[in-house]
Design a protein around this ligand. Structure first.
Ligand SMILES: Cc1cc2nc3c(=O)[nH]c(=O)nc-3n(C[C@H](O)[C@H](O)[C@H](O)COP(=O)(O)OP(=O)(O)OC[C@H]3O[C@@H](n4cnc5c(N)ncnc54)[C@H](O)[C@@H]3O)c2cc1C
Length: 314
């Protein structure tokens, strides 16, 4: 084995793919398989919220936009280009990273819900995460990679197992590294039947821990949501689900009485700055790739590419 990757979320799988497709022998070891990670709960639109530092995020986001836009041309990947808007009751500045989106434009008054003052409309890649994670897993295995489900108790135990270890353990890094700067931001979402919603919607007027958003995924819609800092509970809570549906139905009345198909909870691995750097591990090298907050789907290809370049050299 040339490389052992810890974690099978978006960051671990993309890192595994970049290294395996470059010809290295790669094993991913993960406590939970892709379909039980934080990644599966994501919305998931390209963007860079709750993540830093901006000067590195912008480069990773640019790569993510390029790669995901290409994947959107292949329906089997679960990624497609989607249009939608972010709105606010008060004047709204677009996020700095939206400068990468050629389609960004201010919303016209007729596009804003009642009571809203400002908004931005754009087109960006959106991933249906269960399908996308399955695509990533298959692509990794087709490149010769092996995925094993087992927890890593200590990084020191891995010394000698492979010359390179890459730590993509998401919120698990808090205990594994250990790194107290990693904090979970719990997000709960509801999956419903799609009553005809075609564009995504994000209300930027957050009332912590609540944030109202919806992402259509063909026959289903993902409704959100929450941002609960420091909460570790991975069980969906019925009172939160009810409030999410009610809040979204207040924006789009077609959601009143809609069939509820499922619930997902994910722990966003928040850290003031993504940790992407290497350090010695016994006689080998340990790369860290965690702390992607609310943007791990979007930044994963950029981070994976940077690590692959670091391991493979120029
Ligand atoms: C509700 C919600 C909406 C979101 N929306 C978006 C969005 O629209 N766009 C976007 O880009 N991002 C979004 N995110 C954020 C995104 O989901 C995360 O940033 C991303 O999933 C982090 O990926 P990861 O691979 O680092 O971690 P994870 O997906 O959590 O994967 C971590 C992996 O590490 C493994 N692991 C942990 N500890 C150990 C250990 N000790 N031993 C072995 N394995 C271990 C886990 O089992 C798992 O396999 C959203 C998140 C949530 C919750």
């Amino acid at each position: 084995m040339d490389v052992l990757v810890i974690g099978a979320g978006a960051c671990g799988l993309t890192t595994g793919i970049c290294l395996a497709e470059a010809g290295l022998s790669v094993t991913i070891r993960a406590a939970a398989p892709p379909e039980r990670t934080t990644s599966v709960a994501a919305g998931a639109v390209w963007g860079a919220v709750r993540v830093g530092p901006p000067e590195r995020v912008l480069g990773w986001a640019r790569t993510g936009l390029e790669v995901l836009s290409k994947l959107a041309t292949e329906p089997a990947t679960g990624v497609r280009m989607a249009s939608g808007k972010e709105v606010s009751r008060t004047p709204l500045e677009p996020h700095y990273w939206t400068s990468l989106l050629p389609s960004l434009r201010p919303c016209g008054q007729s596009e804003l819900p009642d009571g809203f003052a400002d908004g931005w409309h754009y087109t960006a890649p959106v991933a249906t995460m269960p399908v996308y994670l399955n695509y990533l897993r298959q692509r990794f295995e087709q490149a010769g990679g092996t995925l094993e489900v087992a927890a890593v108790r200590s990084l020191a135990d891995l010394d000698g197992l492979a010359p390179v270890v890459v730590n993509c353990s998401g919120v698990g890094a808090r205990d594994l590294v250990p790194d107290p700067e990693v904090v979970p931001i719990r997000g709960q979402v509801v999956i419903t039947a799609n009553p005809g919603i075609e564009e995504f919607y994000v209300n930027r007027d957050e009332e912590p821990p609540w944030i109202v958003y919806m992402f259509p995924h063909g026959d289903t819609v993902l409704l959100g949501g929450t941002n609960e800092e420091g909460a570790w509970d991975e069980e969906a809570k019925p009172y939160i689900a009810e409030r999410i549906v009610a809040q979204c139905a207040a924006v789009d009345p077609r959601l009143h009485g809609v069939a509820i198909l499922g619930h997902r909870v994910g722990l966003r691995p928040y850290r003031p700055e993504v940790r992407l750097e290497s350090e010695p591990l016994g006689g080998g090298v340990l790369w860290h790739n965690y702390g992607h907050g609310g943007a791990g789907i979007s930044l994963s290809w950029g981070c994976a590419g940077e690590i692959a370049a670091g391991i493979l050299g120029p």
